[in-house]
Design a protein. Structure first.
Length: 248
């Protein structure tokens, strides 16, 4: 069974940093499990945080602009070709951790066969892994235009401000129907000795669950986005999340 975690939020909210923190925690808690990082954000910053400029994307398969690493096998059906191409764009990061980048996605309104073929190929890809972390573009709607899949936990990354609380509600409204009734809540990021009372009250008024709080790490590398402080903060509320739990 594949556990799927989606990280959503406004660009600049700290999504990529949170995605990497969860990846590190999963590596620590479950070293035997396979992990796929699925970059569905148009900025493609996740790959950059590993020092990679990933040009081979799912959009490249759809548009026919992908440059394949090997020769194209003969005698495949179109579906088999798309699935083979999907394997070709997966990049290995560590022994049990891979990354794939979607970039632009097609609209579900498009009835062209490639839309369904890519959906089926992406489903087959993610179901090969024990854990998949989606770095989303704002909300779940954009991801759903690419693939129909249930998400176990969706986290909206926000900042400690009334404006961010309003935005979190918008993201929740756009995402709720794609979350399949599973866990959907807010993580307040970049908290620095801030009184969160008004933010909590506003989120409660919006009927949004606050699943955790992450402090500011002023020493974080803006390119690598790795932070022990953020990882330790997530561990404090990890037990609240509908994700694999550590057995004592």
């Amino acid at each position: 069974m594949t556990f799927k975690l989606a990280i959503t939020g406004k660009s600049g909210s700290g999504k990529t940093t949170v995605v990497k923190a969860f990846m590190r925690i999963f590596q620590e808690y479950f070293p035997e499990k396979s992990i796929l990082l699925f970059d569905n954000d148009l900025t493609s910053e996740l790959g950059h945080s590993f020092g990679l400029d990933i040009r081979n994307t799912i959009y490249g398969i759809r548009s026919g602009k992908h440059e394949y690493k090997t020769g194209i096998p003969e005698g495949m059906t179109k579906q088999e070709f798309v699935e083979w191409a999907m394997e070709d764009i997966v990049v290995s990061l560590y022994e049990n951790v891979d990354i794939v980048v979607s970039w632009f996605v097609g609209s579900k309104d498009c009835r062209c066969p490639i839309t369904e073929q890519i959906n089926d190929a992406v489903l087959k890809l993610i179901e090969r892994y024990d854990i998949v972390i989606f770095d989303c573009e704002f909300d779940l709607k954009y991801l759903n235009q690419l693939v129909d899949t249930d998400i176990d936990t969706t986290l909206i990354i926000g900042n400690p401000s009334a404006e961010s609380a309003h935005l979190a509600k918008r993201i929740e409204e756009f995402s709720s129907k794609y979350a399949a009734g599973n866990q959907l809540g807010v993580i307040i990021n970049r908290v620095n000795n801030t009184d969160l009372t008004s933010v909590y009250e506003l989120l409660k008024q919006y009927d949004l669950d606050v699943l955790g709080v992450i402090p500011t790490d002023s020493n974080i590398n803006p390119i690598e986005r790795d932070s022990k402080i953020i990882q330790e903060a997530i561990k404090q509320f990890y037990f609240r999340l509908n994700l694999p739990q550590v057995r004592e």
